[in-house]
Design a protein around this ligand. Structure first.
Ligand SMILES: *Cc1c(COP(=O)(O)O)cnc(C)c1O
Length: 498
C-alpha cells in the first residue's frame, strides 16, 4: 500500500515515509492509494480478539511495509492495561438498546487522543529505522488542548525524538494547561501562543512547509515531523476503535452480523470522524456518520450547503477541543470522494487559504450529504444535555461528548432513524470539571472554587472516580511558562533546538 499527496498524487511513498514526514512537502496530506476491504467474516473474527490484536490486524491492512511482528510489538506496548485501566482499551457503555457510548478516554491523559498518540511513537520509531533516518526527529504540535498533552506523554523520553507543543494561551481548560506545563521528560518543550488554535496550527504548518528552514534544520541534525491528525500515523489507529465497538456490540448480541450502526462524532479537526469514514469505506456496516459541532459550526454549514466558509466569528466554548474553524482532515475526505482529483483539492485548499472559503461541486456535495448528517449545539444546550443524561442514566458525559449526544437527539428527532448508534465519547468528564459540575448542579456557582476541589466535588456528586493522572497534577511543578506572539513561534523552535 502506497500513500499519495492530496494535492499532487505523483508524490507517492510508503507508510513509513508518510508517518515520518507527517505532511507532504507541498502542503498536501498523505492518503492511502486504495482503501483496503474487509468482509463480515473478517469482522466476526476480529470480535474474538483483544483490542491490541484488533489494532494489529487493522493497521496491518494499511501499514503494509511494517511486519506483523512489528505491529504486534507496537500495539502491545501502546495499549498496556496499566495505561488504559484494563485490557478493554476502548469499552462500550450501553445506555439503551440503541444508544451506546464508546469511551475513548481511559488512556493516560484522559482524552481520546491517547488512542493514537500512545502508538504513534512506536510506529514513528520503526519508521525512522525503515527510512534510514540519521537525524533526530522533532515533533511539532499545535493543540486545542488534548493533543498536546497526549503527544507529550507519548513522546517523552522517546529516543531519537524531541517534541515541542504550542497551545492557544486562553483556549484550553485549567486542567489541560496544567497537564502540559507540568510535563516531565528531557526532550519536551511547551509554549503558549497569543492567538487561537487556528493561529497555532497555521504557525506550525508554516514551519513545516518552509523548505529553506527545514534544510537549515537538517544541517543541524534535525528532521521535522507532526503528531497532529494530519499525520497518517495518527489517523490509522483511530480506525481501529470503530471496528472494535462494532465487534463488542456483535459479541454481546446487541447487533447482528452485517447490521448497520450509526456513528456520532464530536468534531473539530475532522480527524476522528474521518477515521469512521475510512472504517465505513473498508466495509464496516455503518449507516450515517453524524458530525457534531459546537457553536463553531463551520462543518454543519458545509455539510448542509456545500460551502466551507471560515470567515465567521470564532467562539470560545465549554468544548474547547472543538473550537476550530479550519478542519484540516476534510481535505482527505474531498480527495477520496472526488475520486482522487488532486488538482481540484489543491484548488479548494488554495481558495481556503486565500479567501477563507470554497464551494464544492454538486457531485461532491451530494455524496457528502448522503454520507454525513451535520448538526451543532451551543454551550447552553451542552450543559442541559450533561444534566439530562446524568438525571436519566446517572451517566456523566464530558462537554464534547454532550455535544455529540445533543446532535444525535436532533438527528433522531428529524429523521426518526432508530438504527443502533455509537457515540464517540472523547474525554473524561474530569478534564472539563468546571463546565461538567456546573451543568450537573446548576443551582451552585463554582466560579471561585479551586481546580482540585472541583475534582473532589465532581467525584462525589457524579459518583465517579478521579483519575490519578489528574489528581496528582496538584503537586507537580510547573516547568513551562513561555508565551509567544503567533508570528514568533519559529523563534521558540530555534531556541528549543539550539
Ligand atoms: C480533539 C478532540 C475532539 C475533536 O476531534 P477531531 O479529530 O479534531 O475532530 C473532540 N473532543 C475531544 C475531547 C478532543 O480532544
Amino acid at each position: 500500500m502506497k500513500y499519495q499527496s492530496t494535492r499532487n498524487k505523483s508524490i507517492c511513498v510508503d507508510s513509513a515515509w508518510a508517518i515520518k514526514n507527517g505532511i507532504s512537502p507541498e502542503g498536501g496530506l498523505y492518503v492511502p492509494t486504495q482503501i483496503p476491504q474487509v468482509t463480515l467474516d473478517d469482522i466476526e473474527n476480529y470480535s474474538r480478539l483483544s483490542y491490541k490484536e484488533r489494532a494489529s490486524e487493522i493497521l496491518g491492512l494499511y501499514l503494509t511495509d511494517y511486519t506483523k511482528e512489528e505491529l504486534d510489538f507496537c500495539a502491545e506496548n501502546a495499549y498496556l492495561p496499566e495505561k488504559f485501566g484494563s485490557e478493554n482499551t476502548a469499552p462500550v457503555a450501553s445506555l439503551t438498546d440503541t444508544l451506546n457510548i464508546l469511551e475513548l478516554w481511559h488512556g493516560p491523559t484522559c482524552a481520546f487522543k491517547d488512542m493514537a498518540l500512545q502508538i504513534l511513537p512506536y510506529l514513528l520509531k520503526k519508521a525512522i529505522e525503515k527510512t534510514g533516518e540519521d537525524n533526530q526527529v522533532v515533533i511539532l504540535v499545535a493543540t486545542s488542548g488534548d493533543t498536546g498533552k497526549a503527544a507529550l506523554e507519548g513522546f517523552k523520553d522517546v529516543e531519537g525524538t524531541k517534541i515541542q507543543v504550542f497551545y492557544p494561551v486562553d483556549g484550553v481548560s485549567k486542567i489541560q494547561k496544567l497537564q502540559m506545563t507540568t510535563q516531565s521528560g528531557a526532550n519536551v518543550s511547551v509554549c503558549a501562543v497569543k492567538g487561537n488554535f487556528d493561529d497555532a496550527q497555521t504557525g506550525v504548518k508554516k514551519i513545516f512547509t518552509d523548505e529553506e528552514y527545514k534544510k537549515a534544520l537538517s544541517e543541524k541534525g534535525y528532521t521535522l515531523s507532526s503528531a497532529n491528525s494530519i499525520n497518517w500515523g495518527r489517523l490509522a489507529p483511530q480506525i481501529v476503535y470503530y471496528f472494535s465497538a462494532y465487534c463488542d456490540l456483535l459479541k454481546e448480541g446487541k447487533i447482528s452480523k452485517g447490521e448497520k450502526i450509526n456513528i456520532v462524532v464530536p468534531t473539530g479537526n475532522f480527524g476522528n470522524i474521518l477515521a469512521a469514514y475510512y472504517a465505513k469505506s473498508m466495509g464496516l456496516p455503518v449507516g450515517k456518520l453524524i458530525c457534531a459541532s459546537n457553536s463553531n459550526n463551520v462543518l454543519t454549514d458545509f455539510i448542509t450547503t456545500g460551502t466551507y466558509d471560515r470567515n465567521r466569528n470564532f467562539y470560545t466554548t465549554v468544548s474547547p477541543s472543538m473550537d476550530i474553524l479550519i478542519s484540516s482532515n476534510l481535505e482527505r475526505l474531498l480527495y477520496h470522494i472526488s475520486g482522487g482529483d488532486d488538482a481540484l483539492v489543491a484548488q479548494y485548499m488554495s481558495l481556503l487559504s486565500k479567501e477563507g472559503k470554497y464551494t464544492v461541486n454538486e457531485d461532491i456535495k451530494k455524496q457528502i450529504s448522503d454520507l454525513f448528517y451535520g448538526g451543532c449545539c451551543d454551550d447552553n444546550e451542552t450543559a442541559k444535555t450533561i444534566s439530562k443524561y446524568f438525571e436519566k442514566f446517572s451517566y456523566v458525559a464530558d462537554t464534547h461528548t454532550a455535544v455529540a449526544l445533543n446532535v444525535y437527539e436532533k438527528y433522531v428527532e428529524e429523521t426518526k432513524d432508530e438504527t443502533v448508534t455509537v457515540i464517540a465519547s472523547t474525554a473524561n468528564p474530569f478534564k472539563f470539571n468546571q463546565a461538567v459540575i456546573s451543568a450537573i448542579s446548576p443551582e451552585t456557582s463554582f466560579d471561585k472554587v479551586d481546580e482540585f476541589e472541583l475534582l473532589d466535588i465532581l467525584s462525589e456528586k457524579g459518583n465517579i472516580e478521579i483519575p490519578t493522572a489528574l489528581s496528582e497534577l496538584k503537586t507537580k511543578e510547573v516547568r513551562f511558562t513561555t508565551v509567544c506572539e503567533k508570528e514568533n513561534m519559529r523563534d521558540n523552535t530555534d531556541k528549543f533546538l539550539d
